[in-house]
Write a protein that binds this ligand. Structure first.
Ligand code: NAD
Length: 353
């Protein structure tokens, strides 16, 4: 049994679906169901006893303690977070509450549980903290990619809150011996991503003939990784990672935002020629830059590749093709989360939230 936090979100739900399919090991999924949590992602597991969903907050220590005692997980995979940079600029408080205070409360309960375990279980136990490359700050065009020894220099409330949580996790290892692992991954894309993030936002606006907003000059660079590859990397770190270590995860796939948008538009031109406005790229509209917008992120993923033998299976071409096709095949999913139907579905199936 493992305990996943934030398992109704984009990466967490992909992780649970892949995990149960690959290992069959049961998962307790603790999720607050914020706007980003979507149980419809996990509807295929609704009748599956290997997925136990618990609606709750990682700040609720009584609940976390009860879940640990009841289910006795061998590992915690901590995905729960507020994750959208733009939201963190407009309202940072939730980011502090969940990403920093929430991680602290979770660590406290996990520490007490871990200390109560018998020696063999204690040795085997793992706390894996899922984090982001944004903690390293911004690179210049000629700088070397982020490695695990790059100093932290977060620039947004989101990345600052994730950096703080990474430091807490590190401290619980050094101070209390808690067996932790931390992963810092680049931008993910793939099925079930909430349509506020760049790729689904662009795709859905393009399909509806709406403007495709590009911050600034569109030349900000990000590394992109298919979500399934991120999930595989997390499994590799959980199974083989060295305690107390961090692992950078990336796709060796740096692209400007403008290139990403052009790629999505070109795929849609082929797959969906009936959109109201084509070519889709004619909808590109430059908008005022995000305050403090980091110019470039890039990941040096050699450590996880060499030490743990992980490599991404998808390149951007194959991954983005699959992703666009997934959204085209699942327009009802999009419709449900954007129209409020999802809330009714949760009320009907789970008695509200
Ligand atoms: P997401 O926003 O899609 O999902 C977050 C989930 O956490 C949601 O289901 C939400 O309901 C839940 N949650 C929020 N606050 C909670 C709380 N207090 N208690 C319990 N559950 C809570 O995020 P995501 O994109 O799936 O990211 C998951 C993790 O991966 C995050 O920690 C994020 O920082 C990290 N990450 C994301 C990316 C990316 O590109 N999306 C890249 C690298 C790392």
């Amino acid at each position: 049994m493992i305990l996943v936090t934030g398992g109704a979100g984009f990466i967490g739900s992909n992780f649970i679906l892949n995990w149960i399919a690959a290992t069959g090991e049961p998962v307790v999924n603790l999720d607050k169901l914020t706007y980003a949590g979507n149980l419809e992602n996990l509807v295929s597991l609704k009748q599956d006893a290997r997925h136990i969903f618990v609606h709750g907050d990682i700040n609720d220590r009584t609940l976390v303690s009860k879940l640990l005692e009841q289910h006795r997980p061998r590992a915690i995979l901590h995905f729960a977070a507020e994750s959208h940079v733009d939201r963190s600029i407009h309202g940072p408080e939730d980011f502090i509450q969940t990403n920093i205070t929430g991680t602290f409360h979770l660590l406290e309960e996990v520490r007490a549980y871990w200390q109560s375990l018998a020696a063999a279980e204690k040795n085997a136990f793992r706390f894996l903290h899922v984090s982001t490359d944004e903690v390293y700050g911004s690179l210049g065009a000629d700088d070397a990619p982020f490695s695990e020894t790059t100093p932290y220099a977060p620039n947004s409330p989101y990345s600052a809150s994730k950096a703080a949580s990474d430091h807490l996790v590190r401290a619980y290892h050094h101070t209390y011996g808690l067996p932790v692992l931390t992963t810092n991954c680049s931008n993910n894309y793939g099925p079930y991503q909430f349509p506020e993030k760049l790729i689904p936002l662009i795709m859905l606006n393009a399909l509806n003939g709406k403007a495709l907003p590009i911050y600034g000059d569109g030349m900000n660079v990000r590394d992109w990784l298919y979500v399934g590859d991120h999930c595989d990397a997390i499994c590799a770190v959980l199974a083989k990672g060295h305690l107390g270590e961090t692992y950078n995860i990336g796709g060796w796939n740096e692209m400007t935002n403008l290139d990403v948008v052009h790629t999505v538009c070109a795929i849609l031109d082929k797959l969906h020629p009936d959109s109201p406005v084509t070519p889709h790229a004619s909808l590109i509209t430059y908008v005022k830059d995000r305050p403090g917008h980091d110019r470039r992120y890039a990941i040096d993923a050699r450590k996880i590749e060499q030490e743990l033998g992980w490599k991404p299976k998808e390149n951007f071409e194959t991954g983005i093709q699959k992703t666009v096709q997934w959204y085209l095949d699942n327009m009802q999913w999009v419709e449900n989360i954007t129209s409020g139907t999802y809330q009714k579905w949760v009320d009907k199936n789970y008695g509200g939230r």
